[in-house]
Ligand binder design. Structure first.
Ligand code: SAH
Ligand code: SF4
Length: 367
């Protein structure tokens, strides 16, 4: 059977090469060719013996997700859409800023967690992405942007797992991809420049802390269980007291770290002054920063974005209590690349009505 080498982290490549009767340093060479230098062809790996290249040609392949479209926003944000087969599409967004370049990566096609304000959730769950499809988004973006994977001026200096899907519901594949991001022979990103965003899958947060403690963002969105049960249904399984305890455990081994709490601003739902005060009480014992996200509307969501003045007031209350609070600048709106808007629109544009989950009438996906 042909092995897709993009599915393997360093340990996986070592195992494969051991089974082929090759020395471990050969595995390292191939890892560097693949990820550090972005080669997609064994014949470009010039310091491998010809016999090894032929062996690899016969038994392995390098198969990234296929680029379907590439759009550039007026603000420089760039959105890549990848076709991962059987009618599944995933999105990757590159966000250039003056001091960094961030790649926002997807981890699942669709999502099972069904948060009420998220268009990915409204699509339902299709499948987990493979390691090759997760790391392949970074691999492809580095090639397309022609950037030095170590964050040159126009390069990718940060990765956030904030695209489609719940990363911690695809744990093993996500961790293998994270290891490649951190590996000095691959992308060499520091663990603080790689962020996993979760809606709060508590047991997997503990496991991540053990296995690969990268930066953690937690999608909070509500200051109490009653509201969060409605907005983020996984809260019914892992309520806020458990989630806050998991955040504290996550930080216990890394005292200089903090949790980023994401909070989507929904007009009249979670954006009142009392909500801000309750939020401060809830998070009192967790070293954290707040990132307020203006809600990005999609057809028939039933929610509205909070006004700019309301967001400012809300942020002021959090900051007056001494917390670091940012209001996320919305990027890439003109190309539907903003948080929570990913792919939903594709269903309509490409008229692939058959991809829509049965529970959602297709009319609801249309603008
Ligand atoms: N599943 C993970 C990561 C992907 S979602 C999570 O939920 O954390 C990334 C972020 O976008 C989350 O904070 C999510 O709540 C937010 N988001 C989802 N839909 C949104 C929308 N319509 N507008 C603004 N942010 C949204
Ligand atoms: Fe899934 Fe995150 Fe969207 Fe919730 S917000 S449905 S967890 S992708």
């Amino acid at each position: 059977m042909t092995v897709n080498l993009l599915n393997l982290d360093a340990a996986g490549l070592n195992d494969l090469f051991a089974r082929m009767g090759e020395k471990p340093f050969r595995a390292k060479q191939v890892l560097r060719w693949l990820h550090r230098f972005g080669k997609g062809d064994f014949y470009a790996m010039t310091d491998l013996a010809r016999s090894l290249r032929m062996k690899l040609e016969a038994s392995a392949c390098i198969q990234p997700p296929q680029l379907f479209s590439d759009k550039l926003s007026e603000d420089g944000t760039r959105k890549f859409l990848f076709d991962v087969g059987a009618g599944n599409f995933i999105e990757t967004v590159f966000i250039p800023e003056t001091d960094r370049g961030t790649l926002c990566v997807s981890t699942q096609a669709g999502c099972a967690l069904d948060c009420s304000f998220c268009s990915t959730g409204k699509q339902g769950f299709n499948r987990n992405l493979t390691v090759a499809e997760i790391i392949g988004q970074l691999w492809q973006a580095c090639r397309i942007l022609d950037c030095d994977s170590h964050g040159g001026e126009r390069g990718i200096s940060n990765v956030v797992l904030m695209g489609m899907g719940e990363p911690l519901a695809n744990f093993d594949n996500v961790v293998a991809a994270l290891r490649l991001m951190l590996d000095d022979n691959a992308y060499g990103l520091s663990r603080r420049r790689v962020t996993v965003s979760t809606s709060g899958v508590v047991p997997a947060m503990d496991q991540l802390g053990e296995e690969c403690p990268v930066a953690l963002a937690v999608s909070l969105h509500a200051p109490n269980d009653e509201l969060r049960d409605r907005l983020v249904p996984i809260n019914r399984k892992y309520p806020l007291a458990d989630l806050m305890a998991a955040c504290r455990r996550y930080l216990a081994k890394a005292p200089r770290d903090f949790i980023t709490f994401e909070y989507v601003m929904l007009d009249g739902i979670n954006d009142r002054n009392v909500d801000a005060n309750e939020l401060l009480g809830l998070t009192r014992d967790v070293p954290c920063k707040f990132n307020l996200i203006p809600f990005n509307p999609f057809p028939h969501s039933g929610f509205r974005r909070s006004t700019a003045v309301r967001m400012r007031h809300f942020a002021d209350i959090l900051m007056a209590a001494g917390t670091v609070t940012t209001i996320r600048r919305t990027r890439g709106e003109d190309i539907d690349a903003a948080c929570g808007q990913l792919v939903g629109q594709v269903l309509d544009r490409s008229k692939r009505a058959s991809f829509a989950p049965k529970s959602i009438p297709i009319a609801e996906l249309a603008p």
